[in-house]
Ligand binder design. Structure first.
Ligand code: F6R
Length: 613
């Protein structure tokens, strides 16, 4: 949700910022811009479209200078065009600012500023903020650092910002609240970005700015950090584990395909060190001190959005089925606004790839106020959710750059399985033989995924048959109902085909009316679970002429006779089937989207990390 990159040091800022913005394009890609400072001048260059459009635009412009700020936008206030793109300058042109987030009270602030004579060019909330800083700086006769602090005290909303000042070519000011910001520390140079990927080749030493912190970044000095209330903070320098290879496409045509194919490795990474090779004991270090609390919880409330919410639904099946702990799964955006009943005996578990999703964070804040224990399952190390929660487990899937979530989903399910089985074992709600059966099967998942990935060409052929459909229905039962939801989400977000996921048996209560001989229906009909019941649902579809694509267990005969196309997956325990059934659905969506000419890594209107409400 908007990407921020800034640089101050001894190198040319523009190429560093452009390369960084390209790495952050997954966060937003409808327009972009840079401000580069040199001597007494700031060159402001902005363009609608991708960062490459900005590059073309800037080709004959002045981009010289060793300080600069850059932004790639996902529009909230105002359409994506050149005027609304960032950076935004103050009225006197002395300040230039980039912003990720939403200033909720921008309208009332704008009215006051207009009365004071400010003239606005754009429709954005961001331009209001830079004018507010300018107003305070001039009126209060304070430096930029203090003006930013005073301005942010008047702001309601979320922000990560960087502000630079004309003629000041060795320092800028950054701040965050509700949107991420990380500072890379080099030798006589600093980098600022929404995540560490833009500067990974320059430094591994980083400071994650905390909520409500403002920092003065001078190229030759230590970071100076203060809070909104003006107390001094000590920077906590950490070392990054991120590698450059992990954020590159490595020969794949898209990040999405790379990430689909990475899943066997990602699952191994998620499992690594968590199952003892000898005793098969599960150890999740991050929740060790909270195991008793989870076991004795009134209930676990899972809060998440999108794909992570689907993983949460699978978590509900796992925890209730195996550990006999009551679970509720909530859309984080609904949970926070419906006055939920939460108390100290509840465990609230947020699932999030990015760890920055605004709705999930707000749901956790609410649960915190009510005294619940907060847990997280996240992928991005050091992101806001892990920092807010009492305990949690990382998925260790590695950076997920394609906007559509793939490997994050698989690894979230792995962590949920480990947690549920661990709790089940502790509670004695499953037998030792069941425990060992699950662990053994879990360890076989990477090679089974590998086997499914070999069917890529076969799945591509099926995709070619169905690529022109305008609607899809996805059906599944039990553990595979959430997979049907996820399959439908994946298709609609990257191919723009309308798709709905449904519990197979629920179909006859409404969606069956949609079925005609044009309509593709994807059914997950694996041998375990409610197989016979799903077969009956398939018969109902067939009787209405629907075109069936079935995900079946190897060796299946019954469904094969009914379906137009079948994709086989290796046999496995019912509880673990989502880890396999999900893979062909990812590939099906991928190929259909590609055949329809869609950009799978940057689908229209979407952004990777949704840091606004
Ligand atoms: C779908 C997708 C989104 C995210 C959702 C939550 O492919 O990527 O639905 O799952 O925005 O994001 P995180 O998991 O970062 O909280």
């Amino acid at each position: 949700m908007c990407g921020i990159v800034a640089y101050v040091g001894h190198k040319e800022a523009y190429p560093i910022i452009i390369k960084g913005l390209k790495r952050l394009e997954y966060r937003g890609y409808d327009s972009s811009g840079v401000s580069i400072g040199d001597e007494d001048n700031i060159s402001l260059l902005k363009q609608k479209g991708k960062v490459s459009d900005l590059e073309d635009y800037a080709i004959d412009k002045n981009t010289k200078g060793s300080i600069g700020i850059g932004h790639t936008r996902w529009a909230t206030h105002g359409i994506p065009n050149q005027i609304n793109s960032h950076p935004h300058n103050s009225g006197d042109g002395k300040l230039s600012l980039i912003h990720n987030g939403i200033i909720e009270n921008y309208d009332s602030l704008k009215q006051v500023l207009i009365e004071k004579g400010h003239i606005f060019k754009s429709d954005t909330d961001t331009e209001v903020l830079v004018h507010l800083i300018e107003e305070i700086k001039n009126h209060e006769q304070v430096g930029l650092f203090e003006a930013v602090r005073l301005a942010l005290n008047e702001v309601v909303g979320a922000y990560a910002i960087v502000v630079m000042e004309k003629g000041v070519n060795n320092e800028f000011i950054a701040a965050r609240k509700g949107s991420p910001l990380v500072i890379g520390i080099g030798d006589g140079e600093y980098f600022v970005a929404s995540d560490a990927s833009p500067f990974i080749e320059y430094t591994k030493n980083v400071v994650y700015l905390e909520e409500g912190e403002i920092v003065k970044i001078h190229k030759d000095k230590m970071l100076e950090i203060i809070s909104l209330t003006n107390s001094t903070k000590t920077p906590y320098i950490q070392e990054l584990e991120l590698t450059l290879e992990s954020i590159e496409r490595e020969g794949f045509d898209s990040f999405m395909l790379k990430e689909i194919f990475e899943q066997p490795k990602s699952v191994i990474d998620t499992l690594r060190g968590r199952i003892s090779p000898k005793t098969k004991k599960i150890t999740l270090g991050g929740i060790l001190d909270y195991e008793q609390k989870i076991m004795n919880a009134n209930r676990i409330i899972i809060v998440a959005c999108g794909t992570s919410w689907h993983a949460g639904l699978i978590g509900e099946y796992l925890f209730e089925d195996l550990a006999r702990i009551s679970v509720e799964v909530e859309y984080a955006s609904e949970f926070r606004y419906r006055n939920p009943i939460i108390n100290e005996k509840d465990v609230v578990l947020a699932i999030s790839q990015s760890g920055e999703t605004a709705d999930s964070l707000a749901a956790l804040e609410l649960a915190k106020e009510k005294g619940a224990t907060l847990l997280g399952i996240c992928n991005v190390v050091g992101s806001s959710i892990p920092r807010l929660t009492h305990a949690g487990s990382y998925t260790h899937a590695g950076p997920e750059i394609g906007v559509a979530s793939t490997k994050a989903f698989s690894t979230q399910i792995i962590v949920l399985t480990l947690m549920a089985v661990k709790m089940a074992h502790k509670k004695g709600s499953i037998t030792m033989s069941k425990y060992h059966e699950i662990i053994n099967e879990l360890e076989l998942i990477p090679e089974k995924i590998e086997k499914i990935l070999k069917k890529n060409d076969e799945i591509e052929k099926i995709a070619a048959k169905f690529k022109d459909a305008t609607n899809f229905l996805y059906l599944g039962r039990g553990y595979n109902f959430p997979v049907a939801l996820e399959g439908a989400l994946k298709l609609k977000e990257i191919s723009y085909i309308h798709a709905e996921g449904y519990p197979a048996a629920e179909m006859k209560h409404g969606p069956i009316a949609l079925i005609d001989d044009e309509m593709p229906i994807v059914v997950i009909a694996t041998k375990k679970g409610n197989y016979d019941k799903v077969v009956s649902n398939i018969q109902e579809v067939k009787a209405r002429g629907g075109r069936l694509i079935a995900i079946v267990t190897e060796g299946d005969k019954t469904v094969k006779e009914l379906a137009d196309d079948c994709i086989e997956i290796p046999s496995c325990l019912e509880q673990l089937t989502p880890l396999l059934t999900n893979i062909p659905l990812q590939l099906l969506s991928y190929h259909i989207a590609l055949m329809r000419g869609c950009n799978v890594d940057m689908p229209r209107n979407l952004a990777k990390s949704v840091t606004v409400e």
